[in-house]
Design a protein around this ligand. Structure first.
Ligand code: SAH
Length: 354
């Protein structure tokens, strides 16, 4: 315990750690060490963000996807997925509903769907910013050329979520047929250079994933220094090649959340829907280990069930207003304070592109 505690203290004080020390920590954490880690992570979030939990309105606007990620329910080859796309008007009215409910960040997420040209994305982003000045727009629409990212930024997009999924090249390549690990990583650096608040992140408990792989993920985060990090357990989807696997664990996910809070003290760190799916109190456990963001669903209820990345996904049955109320109650019951403001990373300021 002394060595483990020493490493956690080092992480807490210096916000950095050597690769072999990280592996030692992951290999040797017991319940007592974990409690100590969570306490230090909690202190760190309070220092930078108080007990605030930022609320983001999530609009899942298309489940068409050209990719074939082995784990994902909306992969191109899943012919059983009922597909949908929202029109620009539908997206705008979801934002309007969100604004009425108090949201000041809208997250537009979808599969990689070429139907939405760069012009279309630019038009949608500009119109949201036009109608809701002062609100933040986050895009999560996959890998694009740097030029496209620049256009989205110039149209007013503030943030971009692109999980690196796993920083282990071999594992990445085995899960993403036809995709390139280098390209994924390049996109993240491009986004950062352009000036976005950038979100990287990874899944926990993928088939074959080891502590060595998590060390790769954490070292990559130390290098990239993203403003946001989205991590959640892998959960099998019945119509994918990984249907027979086990889900990632709450314990490992929450442990990694806490370590990320210590490595990147100011990071915006969601307690994800996937974490709430594998454990009814998963998101609350995440908040207590350093997470400070939640992303309630604003997708029109009629199509929600179709954005099924994994089986059993929660929050697909309710109205947006119910989702908002439910999560707000949970945040308060866990001892935190729901915050509807834009909630930018305190280290970020918008810069103009050249
Ligand atoms: N097309 C966008 C959005 C992907 S969906 C992009 O490429 O970034 C959002 C995230 O859901 C993915 O990044 C992945 O980490 C997660 N996800 C997909 N399938 C999952 C599964 N079966 N279990 C848990 N998370 C999953």
């Amino acid at each position: 315990m002394d060595v483990v505690k020493g490493l956690i203290d080092k992480l807490y004080k210096e916000n950095r750690i050597e690769r072999d020390q990280l592996l030692y920590l992951l290999d040797n954490l017991d319940d007592q060490g974990r409690d100590y880690l969570f306490a230090r992570a909690h202190e760190t979030r309070v220092k930078h963000y108080g007990t605030k939990v930022f609320m983001r309105g999530l609009i899942e606007f298309t489940n068409y996807c050209r990719n074939n990620c082995l784990y994902c329910g909306i992969r191109a080859s899943n012919s059983k997925a009922g597909r949908y796309r929202l029109t620009k008007e539908q997206i705008l009215s979801a934002c309007q509903e969100g604004y009425r409910l108090g949201y000041r960040t809208f997250v537009l997420q979808g599969g990689e769907d070429p139907y939405y040209s760069d012009d279309a994305i630019v038009e949608i982003v500009s119109e949201i910013k036009n109608r809701h000045p002062g609100c933040a727009v986050t895009l999560s629409i996959g890998e694009k050329p740097c030029e496209s990212y620049k256009r989205y930024y110039d149209a007013g997009a503030d943030r971009y979520l692109l999980r690196h999924e796993t920083a282990s090249r071999k594992l990445y390549e085995s899960l993403h047929p036809g995709a390139s690990f280098d390209s994924r990583i390049r996109c993240l650096w491009d986004l950062k250079k352009i000036g976005f608040q950038v979100g990287a992140g990874f899944m926990v408990g993928l088939p074959g994933q080891t502590n060595e792989d998590y060390v790769e993920d954490l070292c990559f985060l130390m290098e990239l220094k993203p403003h946001m990090v989205g991590i959640g357990p892998f959960i099998p989807h019945k119509d994918t090649p990984l249907a027979k696997g086990n889900s990632g664990s709450v314990e490992m996910t929450v442990t990694l959340l806490a370590i990320i809070r210590l490595l990147l003290p100011q990071v915006l760190l969601p307690a994800t829907t996937a974490l709430g799916t594998i454990d009814p109190l998963g998101r609350e456990k995440g908040l207590k280990a350093g997470a400070n963001v939640v992303m309630p669903n604003l997708t029109p209820p009629g199509v929600r069930k179709k954005y099924t990345l994994y089986d059993g996904k929660i929050c697909t049955g309710e109205e947006s207003a119910q989702c908002r109320q439910c999560i707000e109650k949970r945040i308060i019951a866990a001892g935190f304070t729901p915050d509807m403001s834009r909630g930018d990373n305190v280290l970020w300021k918008r810069k103009d592109t050249v």
